[in-house]
Design a protein. Structure first.
Lengths: 157, 206
């Protein structure tokens, strides 16, 4: 239609990069994004779809390969914004935090723009690092509770 | 991607669509009476090609379960992108699959192939949303039937082809319900309404 930056189809690499930062934003904590609120909102933007809370059905497969079953429903907040210049940012976050959803959508829009490197460095990398730390910590905590079950074979010396 | 075509819809999705639905139901309950669909403050931002009331009615009645058929005049990338995004409705090219259809005045000579529902589920018929330049200014006809105490005069600016087509595709309880929309106004014409031309009235009685 017109030549807004996101009308050209994304290359697989761009696609992957965007998947990554959307994933990082989805795993972020509300207070982590709020720290960047002033910078994120420092642009003319319009809410295409104001943040709204909904439910989604989570499905899973036993062991990742079994028949699909319904795990349960979870609340999801989504938001779409357009910043000046025509870039559209999307966000889907678990939970019910509308402010966080709006900030994440703004971040997605900024990350597609000319300032991508800046936003990756300032926002995404620190978030990803914090998430990696949290995950490692959690894994360590979990690992310490691991119990090995084994059987001594009787009469085998 | 069509993301650059998207624009905002209702400012207050829940309340605005409830108000709009209330007016639409009222329009069908009182066939032939022109209703204002929404107050100007509640109307969604203009969408190119759609009048305010048409846009609001689309946002109100369409969802994932209602395939929509678009007349050529409305089949634009902007309308497609925004209705798909905000309503999530599938847009179909086969009239038979449509639960709602968006028509302009150039389509009224042919209402064939729209689903009329079936005898067991007449409510599963296709509902037509017809956008006109105005809801007045044509020759006057009288409406009778449920929701009308005696007669309601209407002067829709459409020609006789539509009324013939409507008659032809009306096999009560199967049939087509119609909303005529212009600007911010809406006029309902359910299948149960009978149309009487005042001039022919005397002949019928004779």
């Amino acid at each position: 239609m017109n030549s807004a930056p996101d009308s050209t189809p994304a290359t697989p690499a761009e696609h992957q990069a965007r998947q990554r930062w959307i994933g990082v934003l989805a795993h972020s904590r509300s207070d982590e994004l709020l720290r960047h609120e002033a910078a994120l909102r420092d642009a003319d933007y319009q809410l295409i779809r104001a943040a709204e809370i909904g439910m989604t059905l989570v499905r899973g497969r036993m062991g990742g390969t079994g028949a699909p079953f319904n795990v349960g429903e979870m609340s999801v907040t989504r938001c779409v914004v357009r910043v000046a210049g025509g870039l559209t940012g999307y966000s889907y976050l678990a939970g019910r935090d509308k402010v966080q959803a709006e900030l994440a959508a703004l971040a997605d829009a900024h990350l597609q723009g000319a300032q991508q490197a800046y936003w990756l460095k300032e926002l995404i990398e620190p978030l990803a690092e914090a998430q990696a730390t949290r995950r490692a910590q959690k894994e360590a905590e979990t690992a310490s509770t691991k119990v090995e079950f084994f059987t001594m074979v009787r009469g085998d010396n | 991607m069509s993301a650059n075509l998207l624009q905002p819809a209702f400012a207050n999705p829940v309340l605005d669509s409830q108000h709009s639905f209330r007016s639409a139901i009222k329009a069908l309950a009182e066939p032939g009476v022109i209703q204002t669909l929404l107050q100007p403050s509640q109307e969604p931002p203009a969408l190119e090609g759609l009048d305010a009331a048409t846009h609001a009615l689309c946002l109100t009645v369409l969802d994932l379960d209602t395939p929509l058929w678009l007349a050529e005049a409305f089949d634009t990338p902007v309308i497609r992108a925004n209705l798909s995004f905000h309503c999530g409705c599938p847009i179909v090219s086969d009239r038979r699959k449509a639960r709602f259809a968006l028509l302009d005045e150039s389509q009224l000579h042919d209402l064939s192939r729209f689903d009329l529902g079936n005898d067991r589920y007449p409510d599963q018929s296709c509902t037509l949303l017809i956008q006109l330049p105005s809801l007045e200014g044509g020759s006057t006809l009288s409406l009778r039937g449920p929701g009308i105490q005696t007669e309601n005069p209407v002067s829709l600016p459409i020609n006789g082809d539509f009324w013939q087509q409507r008659e032809f595709h009306n096999d009560f309880p199967r049939g087509l319900d119609v909303f005529f929309v212009a600007g911010s106004q809406v006029l309902g014409l359910p299948r149960s309404t009978r149309v009487i031309e005042p001039i022919c009235d005397s002949k019928e009685r004779a």
